[in-house]
Ligand binder design. Structure first.
Ligand SMILES: CC(C)(COP(=O)(O)OP(=O)(O)OC[C@H]1O[C@@H](n2cnc3c(N)ncnc32)[C@H](O)[C@@H]1OP(=O)(O)O)[C@@H](O)C(=O)NCCC(=O)NCCS
Length: 431
């Protein structure tokens, strides 16, 4: 029994998300706060939760609003919650929702809370655009100036180059390498051919399309009423390409290494807007309130490696630790959900699971093993569904728990790679 050593089990009661939309499309007018509020309010509604029971909201986001950086508190300040629901925001790159979930789980396990909503949201359509250092200095001087002539004088220092806006890059601050370049590097180091990447991307779209058509994915989605006009209702992800083919994918040009590369728009996750959340409770509280938990958090782990090495390979270091903490092996896992940043990354991670050298780096004598492909991302993954950085972890956990239940499985493993060379793994046990 997963009890965190003190008899307290952390239950995943339910999870829900907004539809995921490619950045710049249907959800572009909604901020991350609105996306977070949309999924959390519907999660509360669908679970018939008495919000007086909620002790905290923990949320993840990767590119926060500079005007409202604590997105969790803005979500908790929705009128459906009492004002006393404390809330904080975490950041662990693409594993930010996972960090929110494990923080919440720790608080419940410690007995500091009984009911927490955890998740994340991201609007990559609304990234803050910054002024240059030079223009910021001018604005600060103008702001300090005591007279109108002094203010105007400050602006005479502006040079054309100062007016160039700065957008956040999806690049490592420590190395300057973008995620896509890192995926390219991993494809080369691990000898992942282009055709295998494209086949994997095709699989992601096919499985996600099937999960949407038969309602399994749709069941995890709260329709989004698109603010500010509320004239559009989005009910399904818009990145899933039901009609894509291997030939179409194979025809796409590499994006991050145009001459010799293999990573394309088709075998990468797209920039995406969306929010996702899960309702966590202590098992005892869930039962007392009349909820039947979906699953329990059995164990989790985080790991990191040098970002200049293989940026997205750390799930290979985290997974064996999570499995050991769970007292289980890969063979016990009925399902494996792996975040798909890039097909090259998933295939590199899978190869790493089979490698003795990677096992030894993680402190183990035997590799994690070969993941049975029929148990892997059975409803597709981030390549097709999309990847709102701060939200993905909550989407994956929800899918894993729901599908374990449908298949009458017992254990599931999830992994997420993250910028900074970090990785996360969690083992869940069906309730
Ligand atoms: C790869 C990336 C640069 C592509 O961006 P983009 O050019 O805006 O992508 P698009 O969706 O417009 O696709 C480009 C083209 O490929 C085509 N395409 C993409 N996926 C396809 C598929 N599965 N099948 C067929 N065609 C596809 C599109 O139709 C489009 O064609 P067009 O130019 O004729 O319209 C962007 O998605 C990206 O940066 N992804 C990585 C995000 C990242 O780093 N995440 C962090 C992970 S941890």
């Amino acid at each position: 029994m997963p009890t965190f050593g003190n008899g307290r089990r952390v239950a995943i009661v339910a999870g829900l998300r907004t539809p995921f939309a490619k950045a710049g499309t249907v959800l572009k007018s909604m901020s991350a706060i609105e996306l977070g509020r949309a999924c959390v309010s519907e999660l509360v509604e669908r679970t018939n939760l008495d919000t007086a029971q909620v002790q905290a909201v923990v949320f993840g986001t990767v590119i926060p609003s500079v005007l409202a950086p604590n997105i969790a508190r803005e979500v908790a300040l929705m009128p459906i919650f009492p004002k006393g629901v404390q809330a904080y925001t975490v950041s662990r790159a693409c594993a930010s929702a996972n960090q929110a979930i494990t923080d919440a789980a720790d608080q419940i396990a410690l007995g500091h809370a009984e009911v927490i909503i955890a998740g994340g949201a991201e609007s990559l359509s609304n990234v803050p655009i910054l002024h240059s250092r030079g223009f910021s200095d001018v604005l600060m001087s103008a702001n300090r100036a005591k007279s109108v002539p002094q203010k105007l004088r400050a602006f005479t220092r502006v040079r054309p180059r100062d007016l160039r806006p700065i957008a956040p890059a999806i690049a490592e601050p420590s190395t300057g390498e973008t995620m896509g370049q890192s995926a390219e590097k991993m494809a080369k180091i691990n000898h992942i051919p282009r055709d295998e990447q494209d086949q994997f991307a095709l699989r992601s779209h096919r499985l996600a399309a099937a999960g949407t058509a038969d309602g399994r994915l749709t069941a995890e989605i709260a329709p989004a009423y698109v603010s500010p006009r509320y004239e559009t209702v989005m009910t399904a992800d818009n990145g899933i390409r039901e009609q894509t083919s291997y030939d179409q994918l194979a025809a796409l040009k590499p994006v991050f290494d145009r001459a010799y590369g293999s990573v394309t728009a088709g075998n990468s996750s797209p920039l995406t807007d969306g929010g996702a959340a899960v309702l966590l409770m202590s098992d005892a509280c869930a039962r007392a309130l009349g909820y039947a938990p979906l699953a329990y958090i059995r164990a989790y782990a985080y790991a990191a490696l040098d970002p200049g090495e293989q940026l997205l390979q750390a799930p290979v270091l985290a997974a064996p630790v999570a499995l050991r903490r769970a007292g289980l092996t890969l063979a016990d896992m009925d399902l494996v959900e792996m975040h798909e940043a890039f097909a090259a990354q998933v295939l590199s991670n899978l190869a790493g699971f089979e490698s003795r050298a990677w096992a030894e780096r993680a402190g183990f004598s035997t590799p994690v093993g070969e993941v049975d492909r029929t148990r892997l991302n059975v409803m597709g993954g981030s390549i097709a569904i999309g990847h709102p950085f701060g939200a993905t972890g909550a989407r994956i956990l929800t899918t894993l728990c729901n599908e374990l239940r449908r298949r009458d499985g017992k254990f599931g493993l999830l992994t997420v790679c993250a910028a900074g060379g970090m990785g996360h793994a969690m083992v869940v046990e069906r309730a």
